[in-house]
Design a protein around this ligand. Structure first.
Ligand code: NAD
Length: 352
C-alpha cells in the first residue's frame, strides 16, 4: 500500500493510473478536489478496489494520522499542491497554506508514523516529495542547465512556496532522519492536464476556434517532459533513490513557448484542419506575466546515471500523443470547460 496525495490532479492521476496498470499494490489517494482535482481522470478506476479515494486536505493532521494508522503504507508520495503560477500571483495565500503548511503537516504525521515502525518496515519507508525546476529561478541564454547543486532562487509565489516545502523536506531528513526523496521536474504535458496550462490551453482553444494567447514575445524557454515519463522517474526514485537525495528530472527538450504553440498548430492542421486557414492565424500575443522567468533547463544526468532512468518519449512523439488524446476525449474537455467535472464525483464515487 502507498499513500498518494493530489492523485486526482494532472500528474497525480497519471501516476495512479500507471501504477495500478503495472502493479497490484493498492493506493490510498488523498485529494481535496480543488478546481484542479478531477475524479473523471480516474474514471477507469471507479470500481477498482485497489484504489481507495479519500477527499481531504494534506493539512488535516488528524485525517493523515488516521489514514496512516489504518492503511500502513510503505510510502507517501506528495503531489498535492496549488500548481499554477498565474493563480499564485493573484492569490498567493492558498499556495502558502497547501504547499508550505500542508507539506509541513504531512511531514509531521509521516514522521510520527515512521517513528512507530520497526525493523524492515521502518528501513524501507519513503516520503517522496514531487517538486519543480522553478525553485531554481531563471537562467540566461547559454548558462548551464540546473543540476541538483544549483542555488534556489524562486521568483513567483508558486515557486517560493514549492522551494519552502523542498527545504522542509530536506530538514526532516537531516534533523529527524526521515527517509525523504525530492524530485524537481520540468514542465509536464500529456493527458488530463487542466486547460489553464500552455499545452492543453492551446489545444482546447484551437479546437474551439478561439485566440491562442502567448505571453510577451513567446521566447520564454522551458524544458518539456511527457507526463508518463515523469511518472516512470518517480517510480524509479521510489524503488532505488537514496534517502535524503534530490533528483532533477527533465526531457532534454528546451523549447521556447512559441515553438510549442507552432508545433501544436501544425499537428492540428494535419489531424483536424480548419476551413478558414492554418491554426497559427489564431495566435494572439498578450501582455507578459509579471516577473516571468526567461529560461529553465534541467540537467537530468544524475537521475539517468544513478537510477538508470531515461524518458521513453521525444518531444515530437509525446506532443503528438497529447494532441491526439485531447481530440479523442471531447467529453472530458467539455466537462472541464462547462464545470460539469465538479459533479462527477457525486455521480460516480458515492459511498467509496
Ligand atoms: P494539479 O494542479 O493538476 O493537481 C494538484 C492536485 O492537488 C489537485 O488534484 C488538487 O485537488 C490537489 N490538492 C490541492 N491542494 C490540496 C490539499 N490541500 N490537500 C489535498 N489535495 C490537494 O498539479 P500537477 O500539475 O498535477 O502537479 C502535481 C505536483 O507536481 C505539484 O506538486 C507540482 O508542483 C509538481 N510539478 C508540476 C509540474 C507540471 O508541469 N505540471 C512540473 C513539475 C512539478
Amino acid at each position: 500500500m502507498i499513500l498518494v496525495t493530489g492523485g486526482a490532479g494532472f500528474i497525480g492521476a497519471n501516476f495512479v493510473l500507471d501504477w495500478l496498470a503495472q502493479s497490484d499494490e493498492a493506493i490510498v489517494n488523498l485529494d481535496i478536489l480543488t478546481y484542479a482535482g478531477n475524479l473523471e481522470n480516474l474514471a477507469a478506476l471507479a470500481a477498482d478496489e485497489r484504489h481507495i479515494f479519500v477527499q481531504g486536505d494534506i493539512g488535516d493532521s488528524a485525517l493523515i494520522t488516521d489514514l496512516l494508522t489504518r492503511h500502513r503504507p510503505r510510502a507517501i508520495i506528495n503531489f498535492a499542491a496549488e500548481s499554477h503560477v498565474d493563480r499564485s500571483i493573484h492569490g498567493p495565500e492558498a499556495f502558502i497554506q497547501t504547499n508550505i503548511v500542508g507539506t509541513f503537516r504531512l511531514l509531521e504525521a509521516g514522521r510520527a508514523y515512521w517513528n512507530g515502525l520497526d525493523g524492515k518496515a521502518k528501513q524501507d519507508f519513503r516520503f517522496l516529495h514531487v517538486s519543480t525546476d522553478e525553485v531554481y529561478g531563471s537562467l540566461a541564454t547559454g548558462e548551464p542547465a540546473f543540476n541538483e547543486a544549483h542555488r534556489y532562487e524562486p521568483n513567483s509565489p508558486y515557486s517560493a512556496s514549492k522551494a519552502a516545502s523542498d527545504h522542509l523536506v530536506r530538514a526532516y531528513h537531516h534533523t529527524y532522519g526521515l527517509p525523504t526523496l525530492t524530485s524537481n521536474c520540468s514542465n509536464n504535458y500529456g493527458p488530463y492536464q487542466f486547460p489553464e496550462k500552455l499545452v492543453p490551453l492551446i489545444i482546447v482553444n484551437a479546437l474551439a476556434g478561439k485566440p491562442l494567447p502567448v505571453y510577451g514575445d513567446g521566447l520564454q524557454v522551458r524544458d518539456w517532459l511527457y507526463v508518463k515519463d515523469h511518472c516512470g522517474a518517480i517510480r524509479r526514485a521510489l524503488e532505488a533513490g537514496t534517502p535524503g537525495e534530490t533528483y532533477n528530472i527533465g526531457g532534454w527538450n528546451e523549447k521556447p513557448n512559441i515553438e510549442i504553440v507552432h508545433t501544436i498548430c501544425a499537428l492540428l492542421d494535419t489531424l483536424r484542419p480548419l476551413t478558414i486557414g492554418p491554426y497559427r492565424s489564431l495566435i494572439a500575443f498578450v501582455t507578459d506575466r509579471p516577473g516571468h522567468d526567461r529560461r529553465y533547463a534541467i540537467d537530468a544526468s544524475k537521475v539517468e546515471r544513478e537510477l538508470g532512468w531515461k524518458p521513453d518519449e521525444t518531444f515530437e512523439t509525446g506532443i503528438r500523443k497529447t494532441v491526439q488524446w485531447y481530440l479523442d476525449n471531447p467529453a472530458w474537455v467539455g466537462n472541464v470547460q462547462s464545470g460539469a467535472y465538479r459533479t462527477w464525483v457525486e455521480k460516480h464515487y458515492q459511498g467509496r
